[in-house]
Design a protein around this ligand. Structure first.
Ligand code: NAD
Ligand code: MG
Length: 396
């Protein structure tokens, strides 16, 4: 049997490592021919992965690290490359399946290139969908590929969404763990440190998405992601806090049925779903023990303590560049928080201020593709958010 050709973008991150682990557990190098692996700056991990998987190409985004990558892969016969354009090129090397697991807006161009390549695009990089909107899905469809969501909530909805009964779907219910600050007061949140914010109770993830879980911006991004993936309007998407993270999301139908997908909080299960779709793959997956769990609990989200939910909904309803602005302002503010330049509550304030100032300021659209348009909005919003952060730092 011929090996399946795959590429993993962002292979050294939390999702990338889980993807390779799952590939190792479902046949390894005998089942998969890895075309390309890419990383941002973790050259040591990238080189180790490359020596284990023998991809045709290993790419490091940080160009200063190219000599080290070359040194570590010397004599291996593995081609190396560096820089943003090389990462983008790695997304389109003829793979059948591409995992898009770069974090943030840095993943936009590579995800777009993978969509245009006609590959099956396993999409973990939610930011690219938030910024480019349904155009990304259309691009994949037109190229003969398709987008399979990897985000656990969207993987859940994807599995219980009856496309033939779309008209009978009343609500998508996105579950949220509530993050590490679910029970904190506003004043306690004001003093929250980056270490506290990245310590998620259920999921082990990269730093950026962990902070997004603490502010619930992650659920906001996921609301936008769900609207675009499933073609459902903002008013039909609800967020439900479910601290155990066992039900990953639900679809409610007009006849009173609500279909849920459940599983332990382990990203390898939604990755496995994307890897095998429309089939299922067997691996030693952790399984649910509901009797041991005893109870699943639910509560309504508190949009006063977590203003990012309302801001994301506002951006989704506003449409146009607003979701890309929301995303860019959030990424900029999260970076500043992780660098200890602003406090935890300043993240939402920065996003609100940037949305206020930036929405309506349309970047040049004439002839621009949806991707270029999104990148333009991203750039403008980053500049605006950085100014807002500077003003805050000066005032403090
Ligand atoms: P991470 O920070 O652990 O890994 C990010 C990967 O991207 C790494 O390989 C890193 O080297 C690479 N990278 C970083 N900056 C880059 C750049 N400028 N250019 C090229 N590559 C770069 O992040 P993660 O937690 O694995 O998340 C990846 C994506 O998946 C994010 O979009 C996140 O929202 C989404 N996601 C993650 C989880 C999770 O459980 N971790 C769940 C759902 C969705
Ligand atoms: Mg998620």
């Amino acid at each position: 049997m011929s090996r399946r050709r795959v590429t993993v973008l962002g292979s050294t991150g939390s999702i990338g490592v889980s993807t390779l682990d799952l590939m190792r557990q479902t046949g390894g190098v005998e089942a998969y021919q890895v075309d390309a692996l890419t990383a941002g700056a973790n050259v040591v991990a990238l080189a180790e992965q490359a020596l284990a998987w023998r991809p045709g190409l290993a790419v490091i985004a940080d160009e200063t690290l190219k000599p080290e990558l070359d040194r570590r892969l010397a004599g291996s016969g593995i081609e190396t490359a560096a820089g943003e354009a090389a990462v983008e090129a790695a997304a389109d090397v003829g793979s059948e399946w591409v995992m898009a697991a770069i974090v943030g807006a840095a993943g936009l161009r590579p995800a777009w290139a993978a969509a245009l390549s006609g590959a099956t695009l396993a999409l973990a990089n939610k930011e690219s969908l938030v910024c480019c909107g349904p155009a990304l899905i259309d691009a994949a469809d037109r190229a003969g590929g398709r987008v399979i969501p990897v985000d656990s909530e969207h993987s859940a909805i994807f599995q219980v969404f009856e496309a033939d009964n779309r008209a009978q779907i009343e609500r998508l219910i996105l579950t949220a763990s509530g993050g590490p600050f679910r029970a904190l007061t506003h004043d306690q949140m004001r003093a929250a440190t980056p270490e506290q914010a990245v310590a998620h109770p259920n999921w082990s993830m990269g730093a950026k998405i962990s902070v997004d879980s603490a502010t619930m911006a992650n659920k906001g991004l996921e609301m936008i992601e769900a609207a675009y993936l499933f073609g459902v309007e903002a008013t039909r998407i609800e967020v439900l806090v479910h601290p155990q993270s066992i039900i990953h999301s639900m679809v409610e139908y007009a006849d009173g049925s609500t279909l849920a997908q459940m599983g332990p909080p382990d990203m390898r299960t939604p990755i496995a779903c994307a890897l095998a779709w429309p089939g299922r793959v067997s691996w030693p997956a952790p399984k649910l023990d509901l009797a041991a769990l005893g109870a699943l609990t639910f509560e309504a989200p508190d949009e006063v303590r977590f203003p990012m939910l309302a801001l994301a909904r506002q951006a989704l309803i506003q449409g146009g560049d607003a979701p890309a602005i929301f995303n860019a302002a959030n990424e900029t503010a999260v970076r500043a928080f992780l660098d200890r330049n602003i406090g935890f509550l300043d993240i939402a304030d920065t996003v609100a201020e940037t949305l206020d100032r930036q929405v309506g300021v349309e970047v040049a659209t004439a002839g621009a593709s949806r991707l270029e348009q999104a990148l333009g909005a991203d750039k403008g919003a980053r500049r605006q958010a950085s100014e807002a952060i500077r003003r805050r730092a000066q005032a403090a």
